[in-house]
Design a protein around this ligand. Structure first.
Ligand SMILES: Nc1ncnc2c1ncn2[C@@H]1O[C@H](COP(=O)(O)OP(=O)(O)O)[C@@H](O)[C@H]1O
Ligand SMILES: [Mg+2]
Length: 267
């Protein structure tokens, strides 16, 4: 792994400026005889500092969209501009660098290594980036998800919710501009789901990290003001306060209980 930092730092841009711009994104999988159109000309703008959910039935294209947004996969057609860079034009190496420095990933299955302590897991991305002060930065990330006192615990010594918060700390430790979470609460019970979602809401509110969440659970989507619904690779609704297609989501600050009935109005 190289340790040179060749990717230019993006200019500091205020919260609210366009961060992500998708235009005419088409994704066709050609696994068998019949091509599958997983994304059908998606146009999407996401502002810096936004927190949004992508919902939709299984097979609607959520993970495909997340993989393209996360620079893990390339569209068949269409353009993706991330922080002013044309992602289509980047080499695999540049994409890997971009992911490592700008995006933190959180997955349903946590993807923790069983033999490592929480601290070691969180240090890993910093090793790949060749960053110094790893221990200090990893401890700070663990503290920011409320797990400073669990740094020496291995995954089996932590609850599911705590494991996912370790994974969030690992996503956070590189100081990413964006956190992308694909079904982060899919393996969690209601109580730990709440802790994980409150952690993501807080990181968004306090640090302005853009949070993009894929979920099929409406009570999880209710934690975000903006909810994008996919069906058969199309955006069939994009709802947030101040937009034309409004669903009454309570704000993260005032919300007490998730409001599945509000989320359900558009699903
Ligand atoms: N690697 C792949 N090869 C072929 N088809 C795929 C692949 N990944 C996803 N698909 C198909 O693309 C569509 C969208 O899938 P996906 O993005 O995983 O949906 P979701 O995450 O909403 O369940 C589905 O029809 C799925 O079967
Ligand atoms: Mg999926």
């Amino acid at each position: 792994m190289d340790t040179t930092l060749t990717m230019p730092e993006p200019k500091q841009v205020a919260r609210g400026a366009t961060m992500i711009e998708l235009r005419g994104i088409l994704k066709v999988y050609r696994a068998g005889d019949v091509p599958v159109v997983a994304l059908d000309h998606i146009d999407l703008d996401i502002a810096r500092g936004e927190m949004l959910s992508i919902i939709g039935a299984s097979g609607s294209g959520k993970s495909t969209l997340m993989n393209i947004l996360g620079c893990l996969d390339k569209p068949t057609r269409g353009t993706y501009t991330l922080e002013g860079r044309n992602v289509n034009a980047l080499s695999d190496r540049q994409l890997a660098r971009l992911r490592g420095r700008r995006i933190g990933f959180v997955f349903q299955s946590f993807n923790l290594l069983s033999r490592m302590t929480a601290l070691e897991q969180v240090e890993l991305p910093l090793i790949y980036l060749g960053v110094r002060n790893r221990r200090r930065l990893a401890m700070r990330a663990l503290a920011s998800v409320g797990l400073a006192d669990r740094w020496h615990h291995k995954p089996t010594q932590l609850s599911g919710g705590q494991q996912q918060r370790v994974a969030i700390a690992r996503a956070l430790v590189t100081n990413p501009a964006i956190i992308m979470a694909d079904e982060p609460t899919g393996a969690l019970d209601t109580k730990t789901t709440k802790a994980v979602m409150e952690t993501l809401v807080r990181l968004n509110a306090e640090r302005g990290i853009t949070v993009i969440l894929v979920t099929h659970e409406l009570d999880v989507a209710a934690y975000t003001r903006r909810v994008i619904t996919l069906r058969d690779g199309n955006i069939i609704s994009d709802a947030a306060p101040g937009r034309t297609n409004v669903v009454a989501f309570p704000s993260a600050e005032t919300r007490r209980e998730p409001a599945p009935e509000a989320a359900g109005a558009d699903a």
